[in-house]
Design a protein around this ligand. Structure first.
Ligand SMILES: Nc1ncnc2c1ncn2[C@@H]1O[C@H](COP(=O)(O)OP(=O)(O)O)[C@@H](O)[C@H]1O
Ligand SMILES: CC(=O)N[C@@H](CCC(=O)OP(=O)(O)O)C(=O)O
Length: 304
């Protein structure tokens, strides 16, 4: 009797799995051969099990013919090391004020620990991942960035960079040869010096330069929230400007939304900010009709 029940349940489970796979087919066909830039935020990479499921999802994408390009953050991980060495964390409009000592730590954490951890996890799960920073082959050229504050239109925040140019040749070669690029957001200046660049900014620019089919930002909220903490599922440029002006978007969400807006205005048509704390969030976004998180639109008339 028990055995029969087990067999029945196993059969139902197997059928459900088969249906799920069959439903993914149109998406697999549609996305075969396309590039997707995936931003893996430092806040979404805190739980070891979630890190494993992220790595498995990325390898699965590669195996079904999609070309994932990973850009990772590591803000909380940098904060932790700075605190350990007795330095304060200071952000202005979501950008870390970066003196030269902080820059060394940023580079150690992003280019060393975080980059190698993600790369290694992907490789452990059968991927062929290679970790790089923008200083490798000098592929992310950066220049010093200033931020506008109420007190100062050109506030100096140290060795923080904005992307001046991205040479996509290295990434394209890696993708062509079956590798999964894992990019740490560090740029190189004219004198070979390192710049700390917000990871969302790098992800947005890279998606733009690679003419990516999708840009997906994995973070630690369900998406962009309004003043009442309700999820906003679709945002046009006009909505975004209004949310910035009335102070709904703050801290880390500011560079993130600005990066997505820039990418949307420059030809990236599928941009999503999704909850990286949900297991297999990537698969849900890519292979199902179920809308997750916030979608960023490049034109106001697409709002309806
Ligand atoms: N309106 C908003 N909706 C959602 N998150 C917001 C909003 N305004 C500010 N935030 C903050 O932005 C954070 C996400 O940015 P950030 O901390 O830089 O994450 P990540 O490490 O993924 O880049 C959220 O955890 C939240 O605290
Ligand atoms: C200039 C600047 O703020 N750089 C970021 C780079 C890392 C990052 O962006 O990490 P998340 O994606 O986890 O926030 C920083 O130093 O924290």
């Amino acid at each position: 009797m028990n055995t029969d029940c087990t067999i029945n349940l196993n059969t139902i489970e197997a059928k459900t799995k088969a249906n799920i796979l069959a439903e993914a087919l149109p998406y697999i066909r549609r996305f075969s051969g396309v590039t997707m830039v995936i931003k893996y935020g430092g806040n979404a990479m805190t739980d070891p099990q979630l890190k494993e499921s992220f790595a498995k999802d990325v390898v699965l994408l590669k195996l079904v013919g999609i070309h994932p390009v990973i850009v990772h953050g590591g803000g909380p991980q940098i904060n932790e090391l700075l605190q350990r060495v007795g330095k304060k964390n200071h952000f202005i409009q979501g950008m870390r004020v970066t003196d030269s000592e902080t820059m060394d730590i940023v580079e150690m954490v992003l280019g060393g620990c975080v980059n190698k951890e993600i790369t290694s996890l992907l490789n452990q799960h059968g991927g062929h991942a290679v970790g790089i920073t923008g200083r490798d082959n000098h592929f992310i050229k950066a220049k010093k960035m200033f931020v506008a504050t109420p007190e100062n239109a050109q506030q100096d925040i140290g060795q923080v960079g904005e992307v001046e140019a991205i040479d996509t040749a290295l990434i394209k070669k890696m993708v062509e040869h079956g590798y999964i690029p894992v990019v740490a957001p560090i740029g190189v200046g004219e004198q070979g010096e390192a710049f700390n660049i917000n990871a969302d900014v790098v992800a947005g620019k890279l998606a733009e330069s690679l003419e990516a089919e999708k840009l997906i930002m994995l973070t630690n909220t369900v998406g962009v929230l309004d003043k009442n903490n309700q999820l906003l599922t679709r945002l046009t440029p006009a909505d975004i400007h209004a949310l910035i002006a009335d102070g709904t978007l703050q801290n880390g969400m500011l560079p993130k939304i600005n990066a997505t807006l820039q990418a949307a205005m420059h030809g990236v048509h599928n941009i999503h900010i999704i909850d990286g704390r949900v297991p297999h969030a990537l698969l849900l976004e890519i292979f199902t009709d179920k809308g997750v998180g916030t979608m960023i639109l490049g034109r106001d008339e697409q709002a309806e």
